[in-house]
Design a protein around this ligand. Structure first.
Ligand SMILES: NC(=O)C1=CN([C@@H]2O[C@H](COP(=O)(O)OP(=O)(O)OC[C@H]3O[C@@H](n4cnc5c(N)ncnc54)[C@H](O)[C@@H]3O)[C@@H](O)[C@H]2O)C=CC1
Ligand SMILES: O=C(O)[C@@H]1CCC=N1
Length: 277
């Protein structure tokens, strides 16, 4: 089985490396290309058996699974490139949230699955969000989940919830990292602790908290309750957070969803020419 990657930018290269390092794929099973081919050449320098393709058509011609690791604006070109080659037995995996499975089913004869990864997959953790198209049979689903399982927990989602699921799973690492960065910056400014010490402590804390909230069996509520002893210091900190952050998350979700609606419209107009703008 050959697995193709069109787009070896940030997410494409993370997926390729994670799949190789986890043992899910051997480098010789991978055929990859990118508009700027040097990006794929850099990957091939690290994994010499990985095959570089010099066009999107070559990837489609040689692979039974093709990952599209490109941005929404790039779909039209790539779909036009591969549609003559990606046949009914081929599984096309799209990793982009505002491109709908139905849109791809309308443009390609292949089986379609949307898989939204997360940077956390690089360390074999986090989710991959899966939306299966109508042409995906049980065997195809099993094949895709077998491929994704060594690097993630594949979780089936309703496509209507793509945005909020990717906010939590894929944008979440950046949001959490922002919180940690600000906490460190202020700790340094206010107390004179070194940035290195503060960073080490905060990052070890984040790792341990993640473990408690997964394997450790804690819910977020139970964890707070356990740490915030009555009359203690954590409770005072939580009181401030509740006061200062209460509107933040709904603003965050409204903002990501508004941007998503914009992207959906742009994709619709590029594919079908029916945008309002
Ligand atoms: N970065 C992340 O954490 C996540 C990204 N995604 C999604 O993955 C998609 C790609 O994101 P990134 O990898 O971060 O973007 P990126 O810009 O780093 O990578 C896209 C790659 O596609 C290549 N490309 C563009 N047009 C092409 C064409 N016609 N043929 C071949 N290659 C072409 C570009 O040269 C670039 O290397 C986006 O839709 C993003 O929303 C999804 C989940 C997480
Ligand atoms: O920032 C972005 O648009 C992508 C989607 C999910 C994570 N990164």
């Amino acid at each position: 089985m050959k697995v193709g990657f069109i787009g070896t930018g940030s997410m494409g290269s993370i997926l390729i490396e994670a799949l190789i390092l986890s043992g899910a794929l051997n480098p010789e099973q991978i055929v990859a290309t990118n508009r700027t081919i040097e990006k794929t050449e850099r990957l091939a320098a690290a994994y010499p058996k990985l095959q570089i393709a010099h066009s999107n058509i070559d990837v489609a011609r040689s692979c039974s699974i093709i990952f599209l690791c490109i941005k929404p604006a790039e779909y039209k070109t790539v779909i036009d490139d591969i549609k003559g080659e990606a046949g009914p037995e081929c599984i096309v995996v799209s990793i982009t949230s505002p491109v709908m499975v139905k849109q791809l089913e309308g443009l390609l004869n292949s089986k379609i699955v949307k898989v939204i990864p997360s940077i956390t997959n690089y360390v074999f953790s986090g989710a991959t969000l899966c939306v299966y198209g109508e042409r995906m049979g049980e065997d195809d689903i099993e094949l895709i989940e077998k491929l994704l399982s060594p690097i993630s927990a594949p979780i089936r989602i309703d496509e209507r919830h793509t945005r909020i699921c990717s906010d939590l799973s894929s944008c979440g690492p950046a949001f959490l990292a922002y919180f940690i960065q600000k906490y460190i910056e202020v700790a340094v400014q206010e107390t004179g602790i070194s940035k290195d010490d503060a960073t080490r402590l905060a990052c070890e804390m984040a790792l341990g908290t993640g473990k408690l909230l997964t394997a450790g069996g804690f819910t977020p509520e139970a964890l707070q309750e356990r740490v915030a002893v009555p009359g203690g210091i954590t409770a005072e900190g939580l009181r401030i957070m509740e006061k200062e952050l209460c509107g933040l998350f709904s603003q965050l979700i409204h903002t990501t969803h508004a941007k998503y609606e914009e992207d959906l419209e742009k994709v619709e107009s590029r594919f079908f020419g029916t945008s309002v703008d």
